[in-house]
Design a protein around this ligand. Sequence first.
Ligand SMILES: Cc1ncc(COP(=O)(O)O)c(C=O)c1O
Length: 388
Amino acid sequence: MNAALSWAPPADHLAPVYAQWALDVVDAAGVHLHTRDGRQVLDLYGGHAVAALGYSHPRLLAALAAQAKSLIFQSNAVPLEVRARAALRLTRFAGLGLNTAFFVNTGAEANENALKLALRITGRRKVVAVEGSFHGRTAAAGAVTWGAAQKWYGFPQAPFEVEFVPRGDLEAVERIVGTDTAAVIVEPVQGVGGALDLGEPFLSALRRRCTDVCALLVCDEVQCGMGRTGYPFAANMYGISPDMITTAKALGAGFPCAALLMADHVASHLKTDDLGTTFGGGPMACAMIETVVDIIESEGLLANVRELSQQMRATCVVGPVTGTQGAGFLLGLRTRRPARDVQRELLEQHDILTGTSGDPHVVRILAPYVLESQHVAQLRDALASLPA
Ligand SMILES: Cc1ncc(COP(=O)(O)O)c(C=O)c1O
């Protein structure tokens, strides 16, 4: 094994809850991480889909520095121009009639608020989710996460009734989503579940059924949103109109922030004190959100994601890869051998960082939107050199 890969952190005071890669990163620039021993690693994972613009993007850094200098924080009790601008830019970017934004801090918190609103608005007690889903680790988000109860949930009971629909099962949608359902929450392209595109027929069936029974459709686009599919949101790609979208990760491109986007018929239920947060919608986060949208639009990054994703699909089915799934830069490389082995070999032998997922035969690619064709070629050559 390469010496750099056998590095381990000294015993420290951090909770021992994370399996960690043996990767001693000191800094990063563009699409590369730099390690203490001088390796340059092509980052196709971006810290769980966060580093959507790569590292040290000059416009992002300039906006961050300028905002820090002018006003580092004020709460939502103080109206701020940067917050209003961020909400305008983000809701326009999304389209879909989602005209209202509530800013929070994490994906789980966005989902927590979306579900709370849906339960309150409808006065119902049940939430339907999809098998294979991941929605976060808080009480409500964890309750609708597939397998959480068996693995790590920890709360004695879910805060509402939960039922799961098998992926792609249209008959189960009709049977399980009923007049007792407050909301259906779905990742249009599942991330942790295996970079799996749930497809237009299934998503449209969820939309239709929610409309029929007056339940609210929540698209969790924490991972697949904010341009990752090559469209503003996956809902835009599929042509479906959710009642709410939650988003985070790429939203701040490294600055922690999240948002709940709402259609008018949802937002119209809100009054003072219904929702709240200290840090959500802070000026630093809002400056980042505004700048991220601006960079995605002005640098043509949605088209870049679509084009290079297509190049990956067309060229990377080599070596241990038998096929592709997912969308844009939430791409799954289906592997003949365990994905973990392929991931390790890419990192150890070729200095390429990728992810795995809940599917043991899927390598998950969460590449930065600023990737170039030469990097796709580098991935292809690396995969082609690995044993099938
Ligand atoms: C689809 C999805 N929803 C929600 C979350 C939770 O987000 P956070 O970790 O910011 O709470 C994640 C995190 O991986 C996610 O992938």
